[in-house]
Design a protein. Structure first.
Length: 227
C-alpha cells in the first residue's frame, strides 16, 4: 500500500497539494503558483515523504503539464477523474461545496482508494504529432473564415465579386488601393482589417523544425517547466 498519497487540485493560476497517510489523515498542505518552478517546489515540499504517490485531478486536462513534469522527474502519478473527486467530497461532507484544500484531499482519497484510477505515462511522439495536426486544422479554419469574410465584402463593392482565388493579380485588375478608395469614397473595407491570407498560408505550411522543444524528452523538471 502507498505510504503517502499526495492529491493535487490543478488550476490555471495555482495548484493545491494535500498529503495524506493510508488512514486518510492529512500530513501537510501546500499551494504553489503555476510557473516554471511549480513541479520543483512541489518536489521540495514532498521530499519529507520518500515513499509517495501523486494523484493529479484531470491529468489529461488542466493538470496535464504538471503531471508530465512529475513523471519526467521519476515520480509515480495517478490520473484522478473530476467526477470521482466530486463523489468523494459529497460522501465525506454530505455537500458538494468546493474549496482547494478539500478538493486536493478528495483527489488524494480517490487516488488512494479507487481502483479505477490509471497511472500517467510520459507523452510520446504521437502526442506531439496530434498537437501539430490540431494546429494545422485551426490555421486552415482561420484562413477559410478570413477568405469568406473578404469575399463577402468584395461582393458589395465589386460587381460579381472576384474569382475564387484572391491574388495580387486580382487586386491589380480591380484597381489599386488608392483607386478603389477614390471610387468608393475612401470607404474602408468593414470586417477585413488585418486579413493577410498569404501570411496565413505560409504559417499553415511552415514545417515544425523551429519548434523542436515540443519533442517529448525525459529532461529535468526545470527544463520541462520552461518548455
Amino acid at each position: 500500500m502507498t505510504a503517502v498519497m499526495i492529491g493535487v487540485d490543478a488550476h490555471k493560476g495555482s495548484h493545491t497539494a494535500v498529503a495524506i497517510d493510508p488512514a486518510e489523515i492529512p500530513l501537510g498542505e501546500l499551494r504553489v503558483r503555476a510557473s516554471s518552478r511549480q513541479a520543483a517546489r512541489l518536489l521540495e515540499w514532498a521530499a519529507a515523504w520518500p515513499e509517495r504517490t501523486w494523484g493529479v485531478e484531470g491529468a489529461g486536462g488542466l493538470g496535464h503539464l504538471l503531471a508530465q513534469q512529475l513523471v519526467a522527474a521519476g515520480e509515480q502519478v495517478i490520473d484522478v477523474q473530476p467526477k470521482l473527486c466530486a463523489r468523494v467530497r459529497l460522501l465525506s461532507s454530505g455537500t458538494s461545496n468546493k474549496n482547494d484544500p478539500n478538493d486536493a484531499r478528495s483527489v488524494a482519497v480517490a487516488a488512494l482508494r479507487s481502483p479505477a484510477c490509471h497511472q500517467v505515462r510520459a507523452d510520446d511522439h504521437l502526442v506531439v504529432l496530434r498537437v501539430w495536426s490540431r494546429r494545422h486544422r485551426q490555421l486552415s479554419s482561420l484562413r477559410t473564415q478570413a477568405a469568406c469574410r473578404l469575399h463577402a465584402v468584395l461582393c458589395e463593392i465589386t460587381p460579381g465579386g472576384v474569382p475564387k482565388n484572391i491574388t495580387t493579380a486580382n487586386r491589380v485588375r480591380h484597381g489599386t488601393g488608392r483607386e478603389r478608395d477614390q471610387r468608393h469614397g475612401n470607404r474602408a473595407l468593414p470586417g477585413c482589417g488585418g486579413i493577410d491570407l498569404s501570411a496565413m498560408r505560409a504559417e499553415r505550411t511552415r514545417p515544425p523544425d523551429s519548434h523542436t522543444s515540443c519533442t517529448p524528452s525525459r529532461t529535468s523538471v526545470k527544463s520541462s517547466g520552461n518548455a
